[in-house]
Each structure stands twice: as structure tokens, then as C-alpha cells.
Ligand binder design. Sequence first.
Ligand code: ZN
Length: 599
Amino acid sequence: MADLPFHDTGDFEDADRGFIAKLTPAVVKSRNGQVVWDNDSYAFLNAECPETAHPSLWRQSQLCAKQGLYEVADGIYQVRGLDLSNMTLVEGDTGVIVIDPLVSTECAAIALALYRRHRGDRPVTGIVYTHSHIDHFGGVRGVTDGNVPILAPAGFMDHAVSENVYAGPAMNRRAGYMFGLTLPHAPDGQIGCGLGMTSSTGTTSLIPPTLDVSRTGQEEIVDGVRFVFQLTPGTEAPAEMNFLFPDRGALCLAENATHNLHNILTLRGAQVRDARIWARYLSETLTLLADRAEVAFASHHWPTWGKANIVRFLQEQRDLYAYLHDQTLRLLNKGLTGAEIAEQMRVPPALEQVWHTHGYYGSVSHNVKAVYQRYLGWYDGNPAHLWEHPPRESAIRYVECMGGGAAVVAFARRYVEENDLRFAVQLLNHAVFADEGNKAARDLLAEVYTRLGQGAENGTWRNSYLTGAMELTDGIVPTPVTTTAPDLLAALTVEQIFDSLAIRVDGPKAWHESLSIDWHLTDLGELHRTTLSNGVLVQRLNPPEEPVDLTLRLTRAQLLGLLAGKGVEGVEREGDITALQRLVAVLDSPGRDFAIVTP
Ligand SMILES: [Zn+2]
């Protein structure tokens, strides 16, 4: 810890700069009285770092926990600390443009109200979504009903929706670990996630963009405010953009450069990102936009003021992603595997000496493995790893070889005493997976997870370890249920609707089933055919005229209702209705609170 640059307190000055007012109390409730955001629960951070936290993460959490309305530049304001993300407000000729309206409508409405209390009752005259992640659009109905220009990067809708369609349930459960959603907010519990404190749990929404930003250099004027855009697809999100306000010397960096090392692959799971492209686009930001900026702000964390500081910040962020990418490639081409590269990778000392390169959200360790994964995939080339037993089967055999569960726990104790917590975890995980009733193993594993979590500089590692420890002790705690917003359902294409049905087909159950259904979407004027055979549901748009088992005429809304189990009332049908029943009979449901730290 001695080499952390604690003498550098510039971030605290920047995080406080332009402060106007706090929200008091900093608690946001839903219409039925449920607390969806409580920043006051983090008041304990206003103290020296305790033994139960890493000082570097504690410092980051102190910065992220600051909340309120801040002036960023002339006519540009931010509400920070009232959700995972920031809301930025840009004053135009007749009203105010909202950039990134937070996760929940409740938080967004309160943030706008806080702004208006101090800047007057300006109408919202435009919306900008910087990228396709829900913490940058989910709260939009809290600030507008639509009927204003809404700008987003090209491909926004497709990615905003598809990220949640296919692997959504698994991501949701894993997000619970990563954000520590079920942990108490406490010095020995959840103290943030590095990118912010946590995610709010209110109502999400989505209003489709009215204007796509489709090229770098594109200029738009909204409510008299001039924007110059840089499109950055495939960086932190598949659809993302930076932009400059040339008349105000302010640069929005979306989530491409924030005050931490971000994720090449987030622990909740996602498609792996491209560190090379990410670095390339930050170079382009430096060339195209940075020299016209006096302040740079992003959709998380606090702004950076001064041209020289902005340039240095962007260079360091760019070099960080480029270094991890290039060095991983250099080492994998020498035959090292992901775990081996992660073990030896060290960020250059000059970069380590600045706070914003630290792995509070992403980590060097898991990002290096992500770069390896992007190029070479899950297999490390060693045939010993080609056909391993799955975890429980391996565990049973390892424990047997080591002389039984009690012997494994005794071995693990020795490694704990030697402070090799990582190997102790491997041993104890085998003991629990071989026999989840082995209480000594569970207790010791929970203790080791707690120590690893409280020692972690990375917020998402801390939350994962501490959630694992809690579930070993208390059993599985249900993750707060996130229901898919009606707006997101409404944004699904018919193709995506049938895709989401196809991934629910229980293959073996459907092996011997065969049926075909024509779906006439009367409001869209489309004909889709789904055919089930070989355990697979395939779809076809505009199929040739052929006999099918069942023909249905219905609206898109009726289709959604039907799939949600609302029945076929009002749906015009022809043919064998049992075909639909047979299809429904082979549909499986995703698991919600599946086991992670136990078999
Ligand atoms: Zn975000």
C-alpha cells in the first residue's frame, strides 16, 4: 500500500468543484414506498479506512459517494451520486437537454427536480443517450414523455434490447454478486462497486431515439446547443459515442474514459470487448476533440478540468488499454495462457502512480484473461483441459484422493496460516462441491472469501467474495427481481421474440416433437413461420405457402400476451390448436437464484 499516491488529492478537489446542493435526505422511493436508492446508507465512508476494506477502494468509494448538483461548465450541470451513473444537464435556448437519464425513472425525476430547484423550471428540450447500457437510458420516462429530439449512437436500439434478451437471467443473478446487491451497506459489507456506489432498483423505461448519430464529425444542433460527435462502436459498449460542445469547451467522454480501469469483460458476463479498438478510439478523441476542451466529463465519476490535464488523462487511459492488449498478445504468442499472463502482468509504474488507472471496476487480472479469450477462447491448448470432469465430479475425486473432507479442511487451514488464501479457496471449494453439508469447509471458505473480499482493491471482486461468503453462511439470498420493462418488451423485434422463445425450448423434451405454426402479425403486416423439429425452434419470415399445423392472426401485443401465458382469446386461429399447446409444453423457464458457491 506504501506505493499508492495518497499525496495526490486532486480528485477530491475535482469531485467537489462546482458543488451547488445536496439532496437531503438522499433517499429515493418508488410510488409504493419502496426505497430504490439510499445514498445516506453510505455515510459511514466519512471516516478513516477500517481494517475491513482496501484503502484504495475506500478512497474511491468516498469519491463516488459524493452526491448532489454540480456545475461543470457554463450552462452544463451534473447530478452525481443519485444512481450508478451521472445525469448531465445542458442548458439550451429554451430549456435543458438531459444526457443519460440514470437507471430508474424515480431517480431521474428526483435528479431533474434537484436541478430545477436551483436553475429554474426549464422544460426538457432534448435527450442524449451516450450508449446502449441501461444505466444511461432506463430513467428516461422520469424526465420526459417523449416529443423531444432523442439522440443516440447508431445501433443503439438493437444493442439496448438484445443485451437483455438472450442471457439476461444469468447476467441478472451474476450481477447480484458483482454489485453486492444483497449485501448490507457497511464498512465490512458493500462499500460501492468502483464505478459508483450501486445500481438503483426502481422502474426502468426506454423511449426510442429519434435521431441516429452515424458518423464521426457529424454535427447537430439541439435547442440551440451545438454538438460535434465521435462515434466509438465496440469500445465500452457496442453502440457508444463521445461528443464535444465546441461553443462551451466541454467534452463528454461517455463511458470510454472514467476514473478507473474499466471492464474488457464484466464479471456479470457479457460478450468480450475489444481493448485494441477502445485504445484506438481514445487516440482519435485526443486528435479530434481534446484540444478544444477545457473540461472533460463522463457518465460516471467526476470531471477533469484544464486542457493539459484532459490530454494527460486521455493518454493514460488510452495507454492502459493498449498496454493490456498488446502485452497479452505478446505473451500469448510465446505460449503463455490467460492465467499465466494475468499473474505476471503489471501496469507500467508511471501509470500505476495515477489513481484513475486502478482496477476498481475492471481489474488487470480479469481484463488480461478477457483479451486472451477474445483471441483464443476458453481452451488454453493443453489437452489435459480439453475434457475435464465438471466441478462436482472433479471435487468428489480430489477429496477422495486427499483422504476425505476433514483432511481437505486440515490442509486448507495450513494454507490459510501461510496466507495462501488463493490455494485455500481451491481446496475448500473442492470440499464444498464434494459435500455441501461439510460445515467446517463451508465456514472456513466463508472466512477466506471474507478476507479476500475485504483485501480487494477491486469493488466487484470484493462484492463477489463477500456475497459468496454470505451465501455459504446464510444460503442463497434472492437477488432483487428486475422485471423487464414494458418499454424493453415493446422494443423487441418479432425475430427477437421468437429467438427468446427458441432458447427456452427444452431440447431433449422436444426431440420427438414436430409442428409448424404460421403467425400473421396483423398490425405489422408480417408473416412469420416457426417450425419445431429435432428439438429446435426455427423461424422464417415470409415463408412459402405450405400446409402448417396451425395459423394464427394476431397483433404483436397479442403475441407478447400469448407468450406471457395470457391465452388465445381474441386471436383468430385456423387448424390444430394443440400445436400451440404442444409448443408451450416443451418450454423451459430460466433459473432465477441458482447456486454459485455450492454445487
Ligand atoms: Zn454506465
